[in-house]
Design a protein around this ligand. Structure first.
Ligand SMILES: C[S@@+](CC[C@H](N)C(=O)[O-])C[C@H]1O[C@@H](n2cnc3c(N)ncnc32)[C@H](O)[C@@H]1O
Length: 264
């Protein structure tokens, strides 16, 4: 078990049993692989389908880039692909490249299956379907300055080192390129109190029941609690090489979108 001194030192995901960055990343990878078969169902049930709205809103924010022929877009920690599909829909008929990257093979397999089975994704006159690549977000197999846009939905929070993750995103973005990190937040006030009961008690119970796997759905609220608050996250983004950083709350702070523009 990571002791409290180590947990404070490592600014990144720290699932139960993780001792350091490597074991934290391995535990995260195993966890998502174990829930891959039920991941989509659980997502939609536990978020009351609001996840679709969040992906769509995030994609819409980057419309200018997605309407640019030849644009190169990377969706990091893409899981079963829903953020990449939202970006693809927003791109319409524009000829651009969308890549989804994840380090869980099982999650990527689902993304590829969904891509093949959704007729709309392959219709003529549509942007080329997203492609999938197995890769670690902390060691991306792309050259510097390669992408116009990097997104990550509910994935970044799971990285074992947030600063290293931000630096890697900044590295693969071209100067002036943008990033969008969509993730959970912690709503305040009375709504926050009610939400916390749902998020910490009800959600882990339903998640465990449907997935048949104990652990991941207790890790979820713990990882959100551990994730930096918006002010700190924006400061970290600036330190990592983003000239601009902002955060927009979605659904009373249950989720939010960080946006960053890489310095020229
Ligand atoms: C909560 S899921 C999000 C999936 C998807 N983006 C969505 O919105 O539903 C988090 C994903 O991040 C991936 N992930 C976590 N750490 C990663 C890393 N270091 N490199 C690549 N993928 C990672 C996991 O494998 C998992 O598929």
């Amino acid at each position: 078990m990571m002791n409290s001194v180590e947990k404070d030192r490592i600014v990144g995901a720290a699932p139960a049993g993780a001792r350091d960055r490597e074991s934290a990343a391995k535990a995260v990878q195993e966890m998502f692989t174990s829930i891959a078969p039920r991941y989509d169902l659980l997502n939609h049930v536990l978020s009351f389908n609001i996840d679709r709205l969040w992906w769509w809103r995030a994609a819409r924010c980057f419309d200018a880039i997605l309407k640019r022929p030849g644009a190169r877009v990377l969706d990091l920690c893409c899981g079963t692909g829903d953020m990449a599909f939202a970006l693809h829909r927003q791109a319409g008929a524009v000829d651009l490249k969308i890549l989804g990257a994840d380090f869980s093979h099982a999650m990527l397999q689902r993304a590829a299956q969904k891509c093949n089975s959704t007729a709309a994704e392959t219709e003529p006159g549509q942007a080329p379907s997203p492609r999938w690549v197995e890769a670690d977000a902390l060691r991306l197999p792309f050259p510097d300055g390669h992408f116009d846009l990097v997104t990550s939905a509910f994935g970044f929070r799971n990285l074992a080192d947030y600063d290293a993750g931000l630096r890697e995103i900044a590295r693969v973005l071209r100067p002036g390129g943008e990033c969008g990190i969509l993730d959970f937040g912690e709503p305040r006030g009375l709504i926050g109190e009610v939400y916390r009961v749902y998020f910490k008690k009800v959600l882990p119970a339903i998640g465990t029941l449907i997935s048949g796997v104990r652990g991941p759905y207790a890790y979820l609220p713990a990882s959100v609690e551990r994730f930096p608050a918006p002010d700190e996250m924006m400061a970290r983004m600036k330190q990592a090489g983003f000239a601009e950083a902002s955060w927009t709350s979605h659904t009373m702070g249950v989720a939010g979108l960080y946006r960053g523009v890489k310095a020229l």
